[in-house]
Design a protein. Structure first.
Length: 437
C-alpha cells in the first residue's frame, strides 16, 4: 500500500536527520568523546572531564538544527532561526569544526524561500543569516567572543581592546579579507539556496496561474458548448415542428376531404390521396435531412434551406388541400439575408398550418409580403369565425423566438373582422452578425 504524502515527508525528514547526525559524529571530533583525548586536547582543556563537557554541549547545540528539519514545513521562519542559532554556536567554537548538521540552515532557507511568506521577509531573513555568518567568521579570526582555551582566561574587555588595536594599526584590510575568505563558501551556498528556492517558487506560482487560467478556459468552453448545444437543439426543434406540423396538417385535411367525397367524386379522392403521398414524402425527406445533420452522418443528404422563393410552392400545397389562399407581394422584393428569408418562410408555414387546423371550414386565407428598404412585413390571416386569444403552443413559441432573435416584432391573435391574424415585422438592419454568418 503506497504511503500518503504526509507520511512520506515524515520518513524523509527522519532519514535526513539520521544521516546528518551520523555524518556529524564521523566528520567532526565528537567521536573522541568515547576515547581518551590526546595530549593536545588535554593541554587545551586541562582535563578529560572538561573535554567531555565541551563535546557534550557542542553536540547538544546541534539539537535545534535537527528539530528545525521536520519543523520547517509548518514553521519555516522559526526553523530557520533554530538552525541559524545552532550553526552560530558551532561557528563560535574555535576548537571544533562546524558539523554537517549545520546543513539544516540551507534546508530551512530553501523551505522559507519557497513558502507563502512575502519575498521581502525572506530577503530580510537571508540578510540576517549572512550577517550572523560574517560575525561568526570575524569572531573566529579575532577571538573576540571565543578567547583562548589554554592559559588564563582573558576578559571580554581585553579581547575587545586587542581587536580594536589590530584594526586601527593597519590590520583591518587583511582581517576583512580573511573573514571573507573563511565565510565565502557558506555565504554563497546560502545565497544560492535562496535563489534556487525563489526561482522554484516563482515557477510554481506561474504554473498555478496557468493551470487556473486553463481551468477557467475549460469551464468557459464547456459553458459555450452547452449554450451552443441548447441553441442548436432549440433550432432543430423548431425546424422539426414546422416541418412535421405543416405536413401532417395538410395530410389530415386532404384525408378528410378524400373521405368526404370518396363515394360521390372518386377522381377528387384520387387527387387528394396523391397530394397526401407527395406531402408525406416531402415531410419525411425534410425530417431525414434534419436528423442526418443532428447525427453528423458523413453522407447525410443536404438541401438548401427554404426561402421566399419556395413560398409559392408552399401556398400551392395548401391550395391543393382545399383551402383557398391568396398570395400577395407589395413593394420591391429585395435580397434578404438567408436567416430572414427562412424565418419569413417558417412564419407563413406555421400560420397556414394553424389555419388548416383551427379555422372554420371554408375559411379563406391571405398571405402577404410587404417589402421596403428596412425589411419585410409578413401577414397571414383567415376570415373564419371569431376566435378567443390563443394559448401559445410550440409553433407560436417557435416563431416568436425566431422573430425576437432577428430584432423584429410579432403579433398573433384574433383579427379585427374575425378570424385569426399573424403579423411579423422582420428588419434587416438589426440582424445579429452571428446569425447572418
Amino acid at each position: 500500500m503506497p504511503h500518503s504524502p504526509e507520511r512520506r515527508r515524515i520518513l524523509l525528514d527522519v532519514a535526513l536527520v539520521v544521516v546528518l547526525a551520523a555524518a556529524t559524529l564521523l566528520w567532526s571530533d565528537a567521536f573522541l568523546l568515547f576515547n581518551r583525548p590526546d595530549v593536545k586536547v588535554l593541554d587545551t582543556f586541562g582535563s578529560v572531564t572538561a573535554w567531555h563537557a565541551h563535546v557534550f554541549w557542542w553536540c547538544l547545540a546541534g539539537v535545534p538544527a535537527a528539530v528545525a528539519i521536520p519543523l520547517r514545513h509548518r514553521r519555516p521562519f522559526t526553523a530557520l532561526l533554530l538552525a541559524s542559532g545552532s550553526a552560530t554556536v558551532h561557528m563560535l567554537d574555535g576548537f571544533m569544526k562546524s558539523p554537517p548538521m549545520d546543513v539544516a540552515v540551507l534546508v530551512a532557507m530553501y523551505t522559507l524561500a519557497g513558502s507563502h511568506h512575502a519575498r521581502r521577509t525572506v530577503v530580510a531573513a537571508l540578510a540576517g543569516a549572512e550577517a550572523v555568518l560574517f560575525a561568526g567568521g570575524f569572531s573566529n579570526m579575532t577571538g573576540l567572543f571565543t578567547g583562548n582555551y589554554g592559559g588564563p582566561p582573558a576578559g571580554f574587555g581585553d579581547r575587545t581592546a586587542k581587536t580594536a588595536y589590530a584594526i586601527t594599526h593597519g590590520d583591518a584590510l587583511p582581517l576583512l579579507l580573511g573573514v571573507v575568505r573563511s565565510v565565502s563558501v557558506p555565504a554563497l551556498l546560502l545565497a544560492a539556496t535562496w535563489a534556487v528556492a525563489d526561482s522554484t517558487r516563482t515557477r510554481r506560482a506561474h504554473l498555478a496561474t496557468l493551470q487556473a487560467r486553463a481551468d477557467d478556459l475549460e469551464r468557459e468552453q464547456q459553458q459555450r458548448t452547452a449554450l451552443a448545444v441548447a441553441a442548436e437543439r432549440g433550432r432543430i426543434t423548431r425546424e422539426l415542428h414546422d416541418v412535421v406540423a405543416h405536413g401532417l396538417s395538410v395530410m389530415v385535411v386532404q384525408a378528410q376531404g378524400a373521405k368526404a367525397v370518396l363515394n360521390r367524386q372518386p377522381e377528387r379522392t384520387e387527387a387528394a390521396l396523391a397530394n397526401i403521398v407527395t406531402t408525406g414524402r416531402a415531410s419525411l425527406a425534410e425530417m431525414r435531412r434534419l436528423l442526418g445533420l443532428v447525427r453528423t452522418e458523413p453522407h447525410a443528404e443536404l438541401a438548401p434551406q427554404p426561402s421566399l422563393a419556395t413560398l409559392p410552392g408552399l401556398v400551392d400545397r395548401v391550395r391543393d388541400s382545399g383551402t383557398p389562399v391568396d398570395f400577395r407581394v407589395t413593394g420591391e422584393p429585395a435580397t434578404l439575408p438567408a436567416v430572414v428569408e427562412l424565418a419569413a418562410y417558417r412564419i407563413v408555414q406555421e400560420a397556414l398550418t394553424n389555419s388548416l387546423k383551427h379555422a372554420t371550414p371554408g375559411a379563406h386565407c391571405t398571405v402577404g409580403l410587404d417589402f421596403d428598404h428596412t425589411g419585410v412585413t409578413v401577414r397571414v390571416a383567415d376570415n373564419g369565425a371569431a376566435v378567443p386569444p390563443p394559448v401559445p403552443g410550440n409553433g407560436l413559441r417557435g416563431i416568436t423566438e425566431r422573430v425576437h432573435a432577428l430584432g423584429g416584432d410579432l403579433r398573433a391573435g384574433p383579427a379585427d373582422g374575425g378570424g385569426f391574424e399573424v403579423r411579423a415585422r422582420l428588419p434587416v438592419t438589426t440582424v445579429p452578425a452571428e446569425l447572418v454568418a
